[in-house]
Design a protein around this ligand. Structure first.
Ligand SMILES: NC(=O)c1ccc[n+]([C@@H]2O[C@H](COP(=O)([O-])OP(=O)(O)OC[C@H]3O[C@@H](n4cnc5c(N)ncnc54)[C@H](OP(=O)(O)O)[C@@H]3O)[C@@H](O)[C@H]2O)c1
Length: 325
């Protein structure tokens, strides 16, 4: 089997979708329920729109209900038959994650798809309500906990999948096990990259554990390349925010295109557990979904296991899937 280049020089990965994958290839989603975190804007909203357009029931998990209501109203205006539900979830707050998951259990909501999409990028150092660094808490820990708490609901789903949204920036990341809160040294970029590396380590470790246990749930990863969303302007400040605004205008692809990799991972019958899906052009910055290779550090199973154990300790959520062989 040919191994593709790790990054940049795109030789086509085995099992990549043939041709240009577009939303026209999304299978009928009728009867499927998806939870999308951070569905109030950007890629989450674009993902919700497509899943609803193809007949799925979509739970928009948002931290700001007013913003969520505006997003849902816009979706319904575009597609009056859309089946949507709004639920509050602040993924940076583990109490909110538990409350959200308890609500899903209490209401007996079936879950076929969980898209771990919400994210923040480059904020000044801040701590979550439980004292975790905000980017690590939002992008990784909250989604780790949410996945663990919903795994049994997913097992009851049809073709159940967990799609975790990372970034090509994960390639610059390293996990600072000795300073996860950034108390000793914090860099906005370094901690974003850490959180996005954690996404890939988690998604791949989940895949290995589920596979070893013969579990029906698939774990996939996706990244959008560079898409114009609020990400580049809501967290950063000063010059970086200005550059983000310019980049969004001049360089980025739109959110609908950026969402294609996560939509492929979420819906395509040929998408396999453990795959990482990203765009196929210009050093994975834009284009149509293809299978991409994670950074070597993201494939390190010892780091993945250590991160898993630390994440269980920090969140208090234990998965009922044992470590793989
Ligand atoms: N855009 C890109 O070029 C790019 C590149 C690589 C990776 N990504 C990844 O793509 C994902 C989606 O980002 P985006 O580009 O769509 O940015 P976005 O437009 O800023 O969307 C991020 C979403 O996450 C939500 N969110 C932030 N903190 C949250 C919290 N504590 N609890 C619940 N929701 C929260 C935001 O809610 P509010 O509306 O309340 O702020 C928003 O809906 C992120 O994981 C990001 O790292 C994006």
């Amino acid at each position: 089997m040919t191994r593709p280049a790790r990054f940049g020089i795109m030789s086509r990965m085995p099992n990549s979708p043939p041709g240009r994958w577009t939303t026209a290839r999304i299978p009928d989603q009728a009867g499927r329920t998806a939870i999308i975190t951070g569905a109030s804007s950007g890629l989450g909203l674009a993902t919700a729109e497509q899943l609803a357009r193809h007949g799925g029931h979509v739970i928009l998990a948002v931290r700001d209900l007013a913003r969520g209501e505006r997003a849902a109203a816009a979706l319904v205006a575009g597609q009056p038959g859309a089946s949507l539900q709004l639920r509050r979830l602040d993924v940076a707050d583990l109490d909110s994650v538990r409350e959200f998951a308890a609500g899903i259990h209490r209401d007996g909501v079936p879950v076929d798809l969980l898209v771990n999409n919400a994210g923040v990028m480059f904020p000044p150092r801040r701590l979550s309500p439980q004292g975790h660094e905000l980017q690590f808490a939002t992008n990784h820990l909250g989604h780790f906990a949410l996945t663990g708490l919903l795994l049994d609901r997913l097992r009851a789903g049809r073709d159940p999948r967990v799609v975790t949204v990372s970034s090509s920036v994960h390639r610059s990341g390293r996990i600072r096990f000795d300073d996860l809160t950034g108390a000793r040294s914090y860099s906005r970029f370094g901690f974003y990259a850490q959180s996005k590396l954690a996404n890939v380590l988690f998604g791949l470790e989940l895949h290995r554990r589920l596979g070893a246990a013969g579990d029906p749930v698939r774990s996939l990863l996706a990244h959008p390349g560079y898409a114009a969303t609020r990400l580049q302007t809501s967290g950063p400040t000063g010059l970086v925010r200005l550059l983000g605004r310019l980049g969004n205008r001049l360089v980025a692809q739109d959110a609908a295109t950026g969402a294609l990799p996560q939509l492929y991972a979420a819906t395509d019958p040929d998408a396999r557990s453990g795959q990482f899906i990203g765009p196929d052009r210009l050093f994975e910055s834009r284009g149509h979904p293809t299978v991409v290779r994670p950074a070597r550090a993201a494939e390190d199973t010892a780091t993945a296991r250590r991160l898993w154990e630390v994440s269980e300790q920090l969140t208090g959520v234990r998965f009922d899937v044992p470590a793989g062989p």
